[in-house]
Design a protein around this ligand. Structure first.
Ligand code: MN
Ligand code: MN
Length: 465
């Protein structure tokens, strides 16, 4: 063996060299990584919309002895509660040993994902084909949504006031839907468009039928046939679309990616890949030192506005109600609180490396990604975690053996993005982003690494304990 030179020795001591997480895990830990991903894959396949994620989360919480929060009740250490906001967001809490005024530990993830919402008058017929008009929700690259199988989810509130739940395209044997695109033989003109303009907003029309009602030649009988099928199934009429929330999402099921099965491909990793580990870490809690508050919010993808998004007061009201139950002042509770804003980051993509800054990007399999600040072009729209809070989180994760990395979203002037961090920081809470690197984020089919998912779980678990 050659002796280490002084330089090599000093290098090891002074320089930071991140390494692939798999090289740092024991065989047993490697098995745990693969096992944790199985439960996540199952969750992903069943919860494609924020409403479905809430229903599934409630079932998991109830099974683990969480009960609906009652602001008039009194609570003790170890008590487990949850509250649902308008069927689209949820907060779960476990009461800790310390007084509430020592602060609570919040993890906030979101359960909405980019998709296509039906317009208020969605249904029409053109040249004897029936379609739904859509208005896309969140930041999508529109061309990616054509020629992929789609499903329809949501609720319709009928004229009689009844709310019906719609889910078509997920069960075996269900029909699915599609947005069409031109054939290459005739796309010479369309090919001259820029990629951003490849498929336009008003071209995201979903094909839903082609057969006339009663095989009749009556005008609009293809539309009538579709409406009749929906009426028979859900008791709805065309006017009921005006009071509906119907979402078109990719119909594909989550699958392992890679011969080594190290990755998962699916719709809506952003942000279930953080929501699921947050939920699992909450379910696994016994009696935490500090009270733990897990928030799964809606509306993040459109800027967190609206009463189910975190730019509203629903989280503050919950902490305020909790503070009243425990005889604490909410402003003291919040001012002493800490939060992980659990959201994804853009993983470095070797095929499209240009917009990334290699030294400050996050990488698949390098662990959970701690993002001190988001925003872009001069740190606009970010809360930027303090060195002190970042240091505290860093040390906690290192002590617990969590594999983690840092990551900034792309080159300084390449673009940028935001999370819920700033809205919670505005409540005078210490907040930092922690999440999972994602390839092809916001595409109908996103990719994450199982190791990073597991490390996000471990990071949240460590933060809570
Ligand atoms: Mn997100
Ligand atoms: Mn997103």
């Amino acid at each position: 063996m050659k002796e280490q030179t002084v330089a090599a020795e000093l290098k090891e001591k002074l320089m930071h060299k991140p390494t692939n997480g798999w090289t740092r895990l024991t065989p047993q830990q490697q098995e745990e990584v693969m096992r944790f991903a199985e439960g996540y894959t199952d969750f992903l396949g069943k919860a494609k919309t924020e409403r479905e994620a809430v229903i599934l989360s409630v079932a998991m919480l109830e099974k683990a002895n969480f009960r609906p929060f009652d602001p008039a009740a009194s609570y003790q250490a170890g008590d487990r509660v949850y509250t649902v906001n308008r069927n689209k967001a949820i907060i779960a809490a476990v009461i800790g040993q310390q007084p509430l005024e020592q602060g609570v530990r919040i993890v906030a993830a979101h359960i909405d994902a980019p998709r296509l919402d039906l317009k208020q008058h969605p249904l029409y017929e053109a040249d004897e084909l029936a379609y739904f008009k859509t208005h896309y929700y969140g930041g999508i690259r529109k061309y990616q949504w054509a020629t992929v199988p789609l499903s329809l989810h949501g609720v319709v509130v009928r004229a009689d006031g009844a709310s019906v739940t719609v889910n078509i395209g997920e069960d075996a044997g269900d029909p699915q839907f599609v947005i069409t695109d031109l054939l290459p033989h005739l796309s010479a003109e369309q090919n001259k468009r820029t990629l951003a303009d490849g498929i336009r907003g008003e071209e995201l029309n979903v094909l839903i039928g082609s057969r006339p009602f009663n095989n009749d030649e009556e005008a609009e009988s293809v539309k009538l046939q579709v409406m009749n099928i929906l009426n028979e199934k859900y008791g709805i009429t065309e006017a009921d679309f005006m009071s509906a929330e119907l979402e078109i999402v990719p119909a594909a099921k989550p699958v392992d990616i890679g011969l080594d099965r190290s990755m998962i491909g699916a719709y809506a990793h952003d942000d279930r890949v953080c929501a699921y580990p947050a939920l699992m870490a909450t379910l696994a809690l016994d009696v935490p030192e500090k009270t733990v508050v897990t928030v799964l919010a809606d509306k993040e993808e459109t800027g967190s506005d609206g009463n189910t998004g975190l730019n509203s007061s629903f989280l503050r009201y919950f902490v305020e109600d909790l503070a009243e139950c425990m005889g604490a002042k909410v402003r003291r509770v919040l001012s002493a609180s800490q939060c992980l804003s659990a959201d994804v980051n853009g993983a470095f993509d070797p095929t499209f490396s240009d917009p990334y800054e290699k030294r400050n990007s996050c990488y698949l399999n390098y662990g959970a990604v701690l993002t001190k600040y988001t925003g872009g072009r001069g740190k606009y729209d970010t809360s930027d975690a303090s060195a002190e809070f970042t240091g505290a989180i860093r040390n906690k994760m290192d002590e617990a053996g969590v594999i983690w990395q840092t990551g900034e979203l792309g080159k300084v002037d390449a673009g940028g993005g935001g999370t819920v961090a700033k809205y919670i920081a505005n409540l005078n809470v210490d907040v930092i982003d922690l999440g999972v690197p994602v390839l092809c984020m916001h595409a109908p089919f996103e990719v994450i690494a199982k190791l990073d998912l597991y490390m996000a779980y471990r990071a949240i678990q460590t933060f809570y304990c």
